[in-house]
Ligand binder design. Structure first.
Ligand code: GLA
Length: 362
């Protein structure tokens, strides 16, 4: 709950509209601690909401129109709630329109609204700014209509918006972490059943994000290709999804093929999530650190979504931590942030080995 950001959004709304907002809703971003590129393979993941996120100040309208202002971009979009047409090129209105369209399919009785968006998540940093935007819009739409919905309904609508309006065949991890997570608590989520449990971090641990500053284009195509390769591997093995595959079945895939490398990552990564959750329960920092280091090597060598500059940053942080925790690339990859889990007391010394500012997620 980011009261400051909500107040900021409400002030911006009053400045924009000349009347007070009726309310302001918030949704956080998320960091994934471990379990990368396994959500769309029905696997297990361990994300955690961060403090930063998106606030949407709202006021209901009686004419069925949605007028939405992105305060930070000084841009406005307007459409009828009954006709949230898909923009030709994916951009921020795609997420708003997509969320309106998908939530309307699930929740009857939504009404028009003035919406003002304000956020404090770095864009493109692998912290799910798009899921945060979608869920915050969804919460504001529900509030404007005096309605409520289960977090999973919001999460599914946000995922559908991303698929149909932004062209990214994403899994459900980000949307579930944002809609149902609690900041400071890791969420062990089964992406097949959507069952989850929440696990507070030990007080002596800190989770830190380091933005590589690298932003790459064409990420959506590379992401969708990885997903297609995983699905092809599952078909060849003869399982519904790679969640059901085991290491022994990897030999059914062509030796050295991209499908085999992708599948090898997914099978081992799901095991690493289980190991990380056990390490978290035991407050075993060296053990969870080992899963992060192995996870990064797998993203680099088998899933091939890292970059040399990111590998260098991860190596420097891991060298600095010396086994007391660990670091890895977080999110879809090809740029963005690395996440480190480390002793809270070691956070100041970490700043010395990075040139960018640290974001203390917890
Ligand atoms: C993006 C997607 C998620 C997930 C991660 C990789 O964040 O939105 O669904 O696949 O990449 O783990």
């Amino acid at each position: 709950m980011s009261t400051d950001l909500q107040e900021h959004a409400a002030r911006q709304f009053a400045h924009w509209r000349g009347t007070a907002a009726d309310g302001a809703m918030f949704a956080p971003g998320r960091v994934n601690l471990i379990g990368e590129h396994v959500d769309y393979n029905d696997g297990l993941v361990l994300p955690m909401p961060v403090r930063e996120g998106t606030a949407v100040a709202w006021a209901a309208r009686g004419d069925g129109r949605i007028i939405v202002r992105a305060a930070d971009r000084h841009a406005t979009d307007e459409f009828a709630i009954t006709a949230p047409d898909r923009p030709a090129t994916p951009a921020w209105p795609s997420y708003v329109r997509g969320m309106v369209a998908m939530l309307r399919d699930q929740v009857p009785g939504l009404v028009g609204a003035d919406l003002l968006i304000a956020g404090n998540l770095p864009q493109g940093a692998g912290l799910s700014s798009s899921a945060s935007l979608c869920i915050a819009i969804g919460r504001a739409l529900l509030a404007a209509a005096g309605l409520a919905a289960e977090p999973v309904v919001l999460a599914r609508a946000a995922q559908a918006a991303e698929h149909d309006y932004a062209g990214v065949a994403c899994g459900i991890m980000d949307q579930m972490a944002v809609a149902a997570g609690v900041p400071g608590q890791a969420m062990l989520l089964d992406c097949r059943s959507l069952a989850f449990s929440l696990h507070p971090l030990p007080p002596a641990w800190s989770v830190v994000l380091i933005d590589s500053g690298i932003r790459r284009g064409l990420v959506d195509g590379a992401y969708n290709l990885r997903r297609a390769q995983c699905e092809a591997a599952a078909r060849t093995i003869g399982v519904a999804s790679l969640r059901d595959a085991d290491a022994g079945q990897l030999s059914l895939l062509a030796a050295g093929s991209a499908e085999q490398r992708r599948a090898a990552h997914v099978v081992a990564e799901i095991a690493r999530v289980r190991a990380a959750a056990a390490a978290l329960a035991a407050a075993d920092l060296p053990a969870i650190g080992a899963t992060l280091r192995a996870g990064h090597a797998s993203l680099r060598d088998l899933f091939e979504v890292s970059l040399p500059a990111i590998d260098g940053l991860v190596d420097r942080v891991n060298d600095q931590l010396g086994g007391q925790g660990g670091a890895r690339l977080t999110g879809a990859g090809f740029g963005g942030s690395i996440v480190a889990i480390l002793p809270r007391a070691a956070v100041p010394t970490l700043a010395a080995v990075t040139s960018t500012a640290l974001l203390t997620a917890w």
